[in-house]
Design a protein around this ligand. Structure first.
Ligand SMILES: NC(=O)c1ccc[n+]([C@@H]2O[C@H](COP(=O)([O-])OP(=O)(O)OC[C@H]3O[C@@H](n4cnc5c(N)ncnc54)[C@H](O)[C@@H]3O)[C@@H](O)[C@H]2O)c1
Length: 417
């Protein structure tokens, strides 16, 4: 069995840059490939191409074994290629294969020209179930003239990471998910993870289609758990003596349920949970089935955003000022995609209120959706701002615990900070 030592990583974005840097830090020889020359330049200068805690340290640790290029041909002789370009959602809820095909096709031809049999094509981007067997493998077989599982290996190997904690999520995961075209390719990737991981995760090996379903099901299950807490919270809020935190603490102490993702807060958001959940619903629809749990999780999520908006509007007179604190979808990231804070701020502004916003990481320079608001540099200023009638804590950055507000300001927090 040929060990994997030389690896190419296609896509040096939020996830791919961290995969490339951690592989190099753990002793592999890594070539990063991206169409963005700026990311390539930064990696070659030993700088992180994206903002992520500990990424700079990993690049430094692996510097001698990490280089980057815009030329996919340089990857033709590597043992394995990881592919992590975007796979954006389409309006029907499915994910686009466009960037994966664009990234894979030229390298497949280059691998064939180099007669590099046994090359592993490893897809880490999230795909619509059925896309790898139905679209990517046929394209690779046409481009190479070879057969998957015999002349080259195809693996589906998505990661379960949270932005802001990607490095630990990669190196110390609960589980490594491997969908494999053949046993030998799976064995080779398993051997890579035995060297790469710092812990001893469950190596879950299966067919490619099983792994595609498992990837989105895991995220969909978590969204269902979060929406369950929101459904209970909306009910409990109607009873003056009900305390949602007590209720969820009690339920979570039952080992059949568990406490993780079972605390009162606001909605789920970001680049994975909402769209992976919708992808599961899409997959069911394509099979002529229904996925009512996935649909309901999405509906409760939207309902919770709507209820928050109604609650806050009820505390304001027309044109008054609200402060929305925490625009990122979770702490330790600047991403505001589908966040409760962004939804609230946008809808208050559209309804004619004055909106001040603050986040510890999401600033207009990195989160352009925030340009339309008055951004506070320091939330400490709220202590003296008598005109701020309501302040809403939308993301549980722990620093908000120490912020003092003017006595005129009513503070809304669904979290137990
Ligand atoms: N970000 C997350 O939290 C997360 C978590 C799990 C899974 N994923 C999945 O990982 C994939 C990538 O996500 P991301 O957040 O890292 O995206 P991103 O947009 O941050 O990065 C994608 C990178 O791919 C590059 N790229 C595009 N086309 C390319 C090509 N043909 N060849 C080489 N490089 C190319 C882009 O220039 C960019 O640098 C998506 O499928 C996403 O669903 C992301």
């Amino acid at each position: 069995m040929k060990p994997i030592q030389n690896i190419s990583v296609f896509g040096l974005g939020k996830l791919g840059a961290c995969i490339a840097a951690t592989l190099a830090a753990r002793g592999f020889d890594v070539l990063g490939v991206d169409i963005d020359p700026e990311k390539v330049r930064r990696v070659n200068e030993g700088l992180p191409p994206v903002d992520e805690p500990l990424l700079a340290d990993m690049i430094t640790a692996g510097r001698a074994r990490l280089r980057a290029t815009t030329n996919h041909r340089d990857a033709a002789r590597t043992d394995a290629s990881f592919f992590i370009p975007p796979s954006p959602s389409l309006p029907d809820g499915s994910f686009s294969n466009e960037h994966l095909l664009k990234a894979m096709q030229p390298i497949a031809k280059a691998v064939r020209e180099a007669d590099n049999r046994g090359h592993l094509f490893i897809c880490s981007s999230t795909t619509t179930p059925g896309a790898v067997d139905g679209v990517l493998i046929p394209m690779l077989e046409t481009a190479t003239g070879w057969k998957a599982g015999r002349d080259f290996g195809m693996l589906y190997n998505p990661e379960f990471i949270a932005l802001g904690n990607v490095i630990a999520g990669l190196l110390d995961p609960d589980m490594v998910l491997i969908g494999e075209s053949d046993k030998e390719s799976g064995d080779r990737l398993e051997a890579l993870y035995q060297k790469y991981n710092r812990n001893q995760p469950n190596l879950a090996r299966m067919s490619i289609i099983s792994a595609e379903i498992a990837k989105i099901s895991l995220n969909s299950y978590i969204t269902m758990k979060i929406s369950y807490t929101n459904q209970l919270r909306l009910i409990a809020e109607r009873f003056p003596k009900a305390n949602i935190h007590d209720i969820l603490d009690a339920i979570g102490s039952d080992s059949r349920i568990g406490r993780k993702y079972l605390r009162a807060g606001l909605t789920y958001g970001g680049p994975c949970f909402p769209r992976d959940n919708r992808l599961l619903a899409y997959t069911a629809r394509m099979l002529g089935l229904e996925a009512p749990l996935a649909v309901a999780a999405d509906r409760v999520n939207e309902l919770a955003k709507q209820k928050l908006l109604e609650n806050v509007k009820a505390l304001l007179k027309p044109g008054e000022t609200a402060a929305v604190l925490g625009l990122s979808y979770k702490p330790d990231t600047y991403i505001t995609e589908e966040s409760a804070g962004l939804h609230l701020a946008q809808n208050l502004k559209r309804a004619g209120y004055r909106v001040l916003v603050h986040d510890y990481a999401a600033k207009p320079a990195v989160a352009p959706a925030l340009h339309e608001f008055e951004n506070l540099d320091d939330p400490a200023a709220l202590k003296t701002m008598a005109d701020v009638k309501v302040a809403v804590l939308c993301c549980p950055w722990p620093q908000y615990k120490t912020v003092h507000f003017h006595p005129n300001t009513q503070v809304v927090a669904k979290w137990k900070l």
